[in-house]
Design a protein around this ligand. Structure first.
Ligand SMILES: Cc1ncc(C[n+]2csc(CCOP(=O)(O)OP(=O)(O)O)c2C)c(N)n1
Ligand SMILES: [Mg+2]
Length: 361
């Protein structure tokens, strides 16, 4: 499908959202920047896959291809006091908050120049200076943490909101229900965002969840919810803004669900052959790809051309390639570093306030 055909396909619901002031007031530069960010995420992930296949990256590695509009759209609504936390499919969120590709790729390579000094890997990107609190491997583990961040924001009297992301599989974890209950009860400024890519590993949503849309589960906690199409940057931004505004002005939490899709297997070790068809993947890629659709909108709005978008792709690939070179040439951490940065109190004994047993002693 060409950019033009893709545009016609989406016109019906895109228009309402592009006319919303949240999007209408954007400058051409800002819009092009969303496109660039999505393309950079795509190219970063593709380079990571290549590096993995070369044996440069080990362990778990979950890519975000197909889901780009969710991270880029939601994070574009963040202000300086807002914070974010997510699960292990965390590369895009890191790049979207402004982490650079080098520190991200180096983290995948396990190098000391990585954002977590090479000791976190793919699932543990962190950037506290950008209010990005990871990167969590336990399914649903980040949801109570997100509620906790929101509690802290309210307690400290800031106007900040926490964006707390999860997959469609995470909504069946007990932690999800406990966190939503307290967020509603204590009126916490948090927006829970379900990135519904239809599968949790090899299990489809239909085989694992009793309620559809998943966001309706918010009703059990007297919490508001909304759903949106996750491959439309404009729609994602509008829905996110509405939820963040409620959190900011009234401390009202919301459960948001965006329909999206992942192109690659769950992780690098998923052969991706048994639980979905090639046609299903091809259909999404060819007809609903978020980058392709946004590109066609930019062309339609007269602020980009097919050629300028191709240039952005080339530049993004180059940047991803350079990050792989940087990661490759960076050193591994020293063996004695393994006990550092594990517990903050270990590295800062002068501030230690509690007595407990440290694993590495
Ligand atoms: C508590 C727990 N149970 C099981 C796993 C293994 N596991 C890792 S990812 C995953 C699927 C989660 O799917 P979803 O929440 O939809 O997120 P997605 O991978 O699609 O982004 C499972 C079962 C885990 N990491 N933690
Ligand atoms: Mg999923």
């Amino acid at each position: 499908m060409s950019q033009t055909e893709a545009k016609e396909d989406k016109e019906s619901h895109v228009d309402a959202f592009s006319e919303n002031p949240i999007n209408k007031n954007l400058t051409a530069e800002e819009k092009i920047n969303f496109y660039r960010q999505m393309m950079e995420v795509r190219c970063f992930e593709e380079r990571a896959v290549h590096s993995y296949q070369q044996g440069k990256i080990g362990g778990f590695c979950h890519t975000y291809n197909g889901q780009e509009a969710v991270a880029i759209g939601t994070i574009s609504m963040m202000q300086s006091d807002d914070h974010i936390i997510t699960a292990y499919r965390d590369h895009a969120h890191g790049l979207a908050v402004g982490m650079n590709m080098n520190e991200c790729m180096a983290e995948l390579y396990g190098k000391v120049t990585g954002c977590s000094k090479g000791k976190g890997g793919s699932m543990h990107f962190f950037a506290p200076d950008k209010n990005y609190w990871g990167g969590h491997a336990i399914v649903g583990g980040q949801i109570p943490l997100g509620a906790g961040i929101a509690f802290a924001l309210k307690y400290k009297g800031t106007k900040g909101v926490c964006l707390c992301y999860m997959g469609d599989g995470a909504v069946n974890q007990g932690a999800f229900h406990e966190a939503l209950n307290l967020a509603a009860l204590w009126k916490l400024p948090v927006v829970f965002i379900i990135e519904n890519n239809r599968y949790s590993m090899g299990t489809s949503e239909a085989r694992s969840s009793s309620v559809s849309p998943l966001a309706r589960r918010a009703l059990a906690y007297d919490m508001g919810y909304d759903t949106g199409i996750g491959n439309s940057v404009y729609e994602v931004r509008v829905k996110t803004e509405q939820a963040m505004e409620k959190a900011r002005s009234k401390n009202v939490p919301t459960l948001l669900e965006f329909d999206t899709y992942r192109y690659r297997g769950h992780s690098m070790s998923d052969p991706d052959k048994t639980y979905r068809t090639k046609d299903e993947i091809a259909d999404y890629k060819n007809n609903q790809d978020p980058i392709m659709l946004f590109g066609s909108i930019l062309i339609d709005e007269g602020i980009a051309s097919e050629e300028s978008l191709i240039d952005i792709k080339k530049e993004s690939r180059k940047k991803a390639e350079a990050s792989a070179k940087f990661a490759d040439e960076s050193p591994f951490p020293e063996i004695e570093d393994i006990t550092k940065d594990v517990y903050w109190e270990e590295d800062n004994p002068e501030h230690k306030t509690s007595e407990g047993t440290m694993f590495f002693k």
